[in-house]
Design a protein around this ligand. Structure first.
Ligand code: PA5
Length: 429
């Protein structure tokens, strides 16, 4: 069993303060335990019950089929989790290396969509099986419905029964749910109480990942294992992370950088950027008082971004808390023996690339310590479904706990809704 390791020896939070904040979270942990023991979807925290929902897993499994190309049409909470897990497990260069291929249609970027249409048409002309997985909780997001219309019309042009090439994932009873049933699409529903950015372990993430052959059983087992740890009174990593974030936010560090030393984990950072940004960035507190609070999440990739923002992070303002994410076991790739190059960079001949990366990781942490920059550290023993499941579950529960400490509702997004409404108004005029 591979455990995700969370260490915070250099978080620079005084031990007694950390302890007091963890204690302050006990009533919320208790509420979360009640939700978990109910096993139902009646509370806004109930996304934590997805990992134990066997009926859901059966429904997902029954809808899986063999395809050559999966196109996920969805945005925000409807695609970021899938993209994050897919890239973490299969790498950014998956397409062309393994089948089935996968594309993500999110924003209405005419250039990107026009290219995607060309790619998809190549599959369709060769009579290969293309499946559109259209995902929208509300069923009324402009970008998703627009992109779906573009791609569905492509299917109508090329295949005899286009409806058989669509799986729709939406809220039970949403306007799109009704339309999808009328069109005879396969429909998978998600529980109303599970918000988009907490939905990665619902059909929203499980279905497209299962199409790609991901071991979703292991993903959920990792998430469930972490759920139990994050429901505990003591040694609760989600409560500790939330307490550290809260402490720094209230001490002038309201930027939170997830610094991932693995290119293929970048999208995990972006998934968390949405989770933290939308959940905690709020105009009003729970009592309705205007407060304008939030933590600005940033994503950095090591070692690439040391060559862009490393100077700022180590020399700039003391306004950030960093969490490093490193991976212990990666592929093995060794440098050749090339003595002519030894004077340029000594001591790397015949070494493995991962040893270079580990040296950089340790060097960066030593520099952060030297400059008294606070940081936490997640060590992934490997990039497997079980470990990634743990990482995502911990971050979702930590975000709920952080909402409790900051006295904001971590489940709504009223200001995102206002942009959606304005867009619709402009389009209608
Ligand atoms: O977390 C959220 O609720 C949002 O980011 C949504 O996921 C996003 O706006 C897309 O909405 P929908 O799934 O309704 O199309």
């Amino acid at each position: 069993v591979k455990e995700l390791l969370f260490t915070h020896d250099h978080s620079l939070v005084p031990a007694e303060t950390l302890h007091a904040l963890e204690k302050q979270l006990q009533p919320e942990i208790e509420r979360m335990r009640t939700v978990a023991s109910s096993g139902s979807y009646t509370d806004e925290r109930s996304s934590i019950n997805l990992v134990a929902d066997e009926a859901l897993q059966q429904r997902v499994k029954a809808a899986v089929r063999k395809v050559d190309l999966v196109v996920v049409v969805g945005i925000g909470g409807s695609n970021l989790g899938t993209l994050a897990i897919h890239e973490a497990l299969h790498g950014k260069n998956h397409n062309g290396l393994r089948a089935p291929s996968i594309y993500f249609a999110d924003t209405v970027d005419a250039d990107a969509m026009a290219d995607m249409v060309v790619f998809i048409e190549r599959y369709l002309e060769r009579k290969m099986h293309v499946l559109l997985v259209v995902i929208s909780k509300s069923g009324a997001t402009t970008e998703t419905i627009a992109n779906f219309e573009v791609l569905y019309s492509l299917l109508q042009k090329h295949v005899e029964h286009p409806h058989k090439h669509v799986v729709a994932i939406t809220d039970d009873g949403s306007p799109f749910h009704k339309l999808a049933e009328q069109q005879d699409f396969t429909v998978l529903t998600m529980p109303k109480q599970v918000g988009g950015r907490y939905s990665v372990f619902s059909a929203v993430g499980l279905y497209p990942l299962a199409l790609l052959g991901v071991d979703t059983h292991s993903l959920l087992a990792g998430a469930k294992h972490m759920r139990e740890k994050c429901l505990a009174e003591k040694n609760n990593p989600a409560a500790t992370l939330a307490a550290i974030q809260y402490y720094h936010e209230t001490h002038g560090r309201n930027i939170y950088d997830t610094f991932l030393f693995s290119t293929d984990l970048e999208s995990i950072g972006k998934w968390y950027r949405q989770l933290l940004g939308e959940s905690i960035g709020k105009e009003h507190n729970r009592a309705g008082k205007q407060v304008f609070v939030g933590i600005t999440p940033t994503v950095s990739v090591g070692s690439t971004d040391l060559h862009s923002v490393g100077q700022l992070y180590l020399g700039g303002p003391q306004d950030k808390l960093t969490t490093f994410v490193t991976v212990s076991r990666t592929k093995t790739l060794s440098l050749p023996q090339m003595p002519a190059y030894e004077p340029l960079v000594p001591h790397i001949q015949e070494k493995e690339l991962r040893h270079l990366m580990h040296a950089i990781e340790q060097g960066v942490q030593a520099a952060y310590m030297d400059k008294a920059r606070p940081f936490c550290h997640f060590t992934l023993p490997e990039k497997s479904p079980y470990v990634i499941g743990q990482f995502l579950q911990l971050h979702m529960m930590a975000t709920m706990y952080l909402g409790a400490l900051m006295d904001v509702n971590p489940f709504d997004q009223p200001n995102v809704e206002s942009y959606k409404k304005e867009t619709k108004r402009i389009l209608s005029s």
